[in-house]
Each structure stands twice: as structure tokens, then as C-alpha cells.
Write a protein that binds this ligand. Structure first.
Ligand code: NAD
Ligand code: DAU
Length: 350
């Protein structure tokens, strides 16, 4: 029996991680700790909420007393830490919130784990889920490896980088068994429609303009969320304390090419003549400090843990579009209230 704390389990990637662990490891007790910010949604987990090995705890990772009490009470064996403010655009309008959640929240968890484990690290692990954005931006060539120096540009990536440094500091200073993985852009069901793919699916469906930042020439390396989850499972169980792994899809797309591919799929699925929604493309002011290109060298995780992405992009992308089109209710719930305010602020009346 293992007790595992998963933070941010009501969010996009976290909900897939929770489902995977609850179903695959009935002998584990899974605790999902989430503050349920605008990005957290328990509707993502209705299929596992009644499972006997699943527990939901509503709370804030920044709340020192609450976190310490939870760790002392439950005596977790492992922590998989995903809770974060995750959207780069929001970090540009509200950097402080990112320092609070991503930096201070992570340190509260490290402190509570260290205090509770009290030097007895046998069978324990603290796993920080991080991003490739900590490495900064690439030019037209090259890949991020685990030894690429950190060089974050946005308040989001600077806060994630800072949290990663604290995780390493707890390993190096206190001997805590920590691991970190840095992953590229995930896509798949349940992603909040502030991020490129679900936002554009929703806009195409409702014939709204598609706000392409700059010239749409930025490049991202896309990975299906379930492939990320498989990597997380392997790293959680097999990675050596103090180690880091990069995770990527080996699947680079210029934004504009990805958007045109999405339009092609959406027009077909919505029964519109081919190319109809191309007219929705609207070039808008670029994101401040917009990183040109991210791309991952995932050879370490392949060579050491035997992980490779399984889901082909054309298959995963179709599946993703189908999920959003078939989950109208989910979409309408997450795009009401605060979302409308956010949308107005970001994109005006478009
Ligand atoms: P998300 O925004 O969809 O979910 C974040 C979750 O964290 C939400 O459920 C939210 O309620 C919760 N949360 C936020 N603040 C909290 C707090 N103070 N206390 C407790 N819970 C809180 O994010 P995501 O896209 O699923 O990303 C999850 C993690 O993976 C993040 O750490 C992110 O940096 C990392 N990551 C994401 C991607 C990606 O492409 N989405 C890629 C690499 C790494
Ligand atoms: O690389 C991993 C990161 O991927 C994660 O750490 C982040 O949490 C996650 O949000 C994602 O960051 P990006 O900034 O790459 O994702 P986003 O979906 O916001 O944007 C993808 C690209 O599309 C980026 O180049 C900006 C562009 N874009 C985005 C939006 C929302 C647009 O052109 N228009 C838009 O409206």
C-alpha cells in the first residue's frame, strides 16, 4: 500500500494522471489536492470520483498550516506535483500570482515533505512536473537536453524554473529523493480553452476570429497528454533520486501550420466546405517575449526508461477534436462566468 499525493489533479494533465494512477494501481491510495482555481474542474474526474482508492482534498498548496497538517495526517509516500498557474498570457498580466503558486506553493510542499519524512527517505519520492519553457527559446535548429542551462523568459517559465531550483536544492541540501521532468506542449481532452488548441476549436465552431500571435511562425513540440502520463508513471517509479528527464513529442509544428491543419479537420467534421474557416484567421499583436521555438531531445528517457510517444499526431489530433465536439456541456460549463471576462480582456470583442 502506497499513499500518493497528486497536486493539481483537477486540471488538464493532472486529471489524466489521477485517472491513470487510480485505475492502474488499485493498491495505491490516491489523494488529489486541488484549490479548484478557474483551471480546476472536478467534472474532469467524474469517472473515478467513486473509486475506493480515490480521495479529493480541496486546498491551497500555499497554505502552510493546512499543507503541514495534511502531510502529518496522511504520511504520503510520494508526491506528484502538478498544481500551478500554467498559462503564459496570464503570467504577463499577473506575474505575482505565479510566484505565489508556482514558487511559494512548491516550497511549502517541499518543506512539509521534508519535515514529515524527517530524514527517513526509504520508499519516498517528490516528483516535480515541469516544463521545457525553463530552457528559454531555440533558434531554427537545436534541441533542449537535460543539460541545457535554464534561461526562462516569461514570468510563468521564470516561476517554474525557480521552483525546479528549489526542488534540486532540497535534494542537494537535505538528501530528499526528488525528481523533475520537463515536458513540451501537451494536447488532448480536458484542456482549458485559454490554450491554443481548445481555444481555436471553440472559436472555429462558433465562427469567431482566430487570434494568431505575430506571424504564427513560432514552433511548439506537441505531445498527446496520455503519452505524458505514461512517462510520468515510469519516472515516478523508476527514476533515480536527483535525476531529470526531458519529455517531448518529436513533433514540431509552426503555429500557423497547426492552425491550418485544425481548420481542415474542423471544417470536415462540421460539414463545412473545405477551407471555409481559413477566413477566421486574424493576425494580432504578438505575445510579449514570445519564445520562438521549443523542441525536446527525449533520448535520455528513451534510452534509460524505454519511453517513446505512442500516439501518432494525426490520430491524437482527430481524437482531441472529437472529444471537444462531443463534450458540449463540459465546454459550456468552463466557458461561462470568469472565462467571458478573461476573453474580453485578452481578445476584446472579437
Ligand atoms: P492546468 O492549469 O490545467 O491545471 C492546474 C491545476 O492546478 C488546476 O486544477 C488548479 O485548480 C490547480 N491549482 C492552481 N493553483 C493551485 C494552488 N495554489 N493549490 C492547489 N491547486 C492549485 O495546468 P496543466 O496544463 O494541466 O499543467 C499541469 C502542470 O504541468 C503544471 O505544473 C505545468 O507547469 C506543467 N506542464 C504543462 C504543460 C502543458 O502543455 N499544459 C507542459 C509541460 C508542463
Ligand atoms: O511548452 C510547455 C508549455 O506549453 C507549458 O509549460 C504551458 O503550461 C502551456 O500553456 C504551453 O505553453 P504555450 O505558451 O506554448 O501554449 P499556448 O497554448 O498558450 O500557446 C501555444 C502557441 O500558440 C504559442 O506560440 C502562442 C500561440 N498562441 C496562443 C494563444 C492562446 C496564439 O497564437 N494565439 C492564442 O490565442
Amino acid at each position: 500500500m502506497k499513499k500518493i499525493l497528486i497536486t493539481g489533479g483537477a486540471g488538464f494533465i493532472g486529471s489524466h494522471v489521477v485517472r491513470h494512477f487510480v485505475n492502474k494501481y488499485p493498491q495505491y491510495e490516491i489523494f488529489n489536492l486541488d484549490k479548484l482555481t478557474y483551471a480546476g474542474n472536478l467534472e474532469n474526474l467524474t469517472d473515478v470520483e467513486k473509486m475506493p482508492n480515490y480521495h479529493f482534498v480541496k486546498g491551497d498548496i500555499e497554505d502552510a498550516e493546512f499543507i503541514m497538517n495534511l502531510f502529518q495526517k496522511e504520511q504520503f509516500d510520494g508526491v506528484i506535483h502538478l498544481a500551478a498557474e500554467s498559462h503564459v498570457d496570464r503570467s504577463i498580466t499577473n506575474p505575482l500570482q505565479f510566484i505565489h503558486t508556482n514558487v511559494l506553493g512548491t516550497v511549502q510542499l517541499l518543506h512539509a515533505a521534508k519535515t514529515t519524512w524527517n530524514g527517513n527517505y526509504e520508499g519516498k519520492k517528490f516528483y516535480q512536473i515541469s516544463t521545457d519553457e525553463v530552457y528559454g527559446a531555440l533558434g531554427d535548429t537545436g534541441l533542449f537536453s537535460e543539460t541545457t542551462p535554464y534561461n526562462p523568459h516569461s514570468p510563468y517559465s521564470a516561476a517554474k524554473a525557480s521552483a525546479d531550483h528549489f526542488v534540486r536544492a532540497y535534494h542537494d541540501t537535505f538528501g530528499m529523493p526528488t525528481v523533475i521532468s520537463n515536458c513540451s506542449n501537451n494536447y488532448g481532452p480536458n484542456q482549458f480553452p485559454e490554450k491554443l488548441i481548445p481555444l481555436f476549436i471553440n472559436n472555429i465552431k462558433h465562427n469567431k476570429p482566430l487570434p494568431v500571435y505575430g506571424q504564427g511562425l513560432n514552433v511548439r513540440d506537441w505531445l498527446y497528454v496520455e503519452d505524458h502520463v505514461e512517462a510520468i508513471d515510469l519516472i515516478f517509479h523508476q527514476a533515480k533520486p536527483g535525476s531529470t528527464y526531458n519529455i517531448g513529442g518529436n513533433n514540431e509544428w509552426r503555429n500557423i501550420d497547426l492552425i491550418k491543419k485544425l481548420i481542415e479537420i474542423m471544417d470536415r467534421k462540421l460539414g463545412r466546405p473545405e477551407g471555409t474557416s481559413l477566413s477566421l484567421i486574424t493576425y494580432v499583436t504578438d505575445r510579449a517575449g514570445h519564445d520562438l521555438r521549443y523542441a525536446i531531445d527525449a533520448s535520455k528517457i528513451k534510452n534509460e526508461l524505454g519511453w517513446e510517444p505512442k500516439v501518432r499526431f494525426d490520430e491524437g489530433f482527430e481524437k482531441t477534436v472529437d472529444w471537444y465536439l462531443n463534450n458540449e456541456e463540459w465546454f459550456s460549463h468552463v466557458t461561462s462566468g470568469e472565462y467571458e471576462e478573461y476573453y474580453q480582456k485578452m481578445y476584446g470583442n472579437r
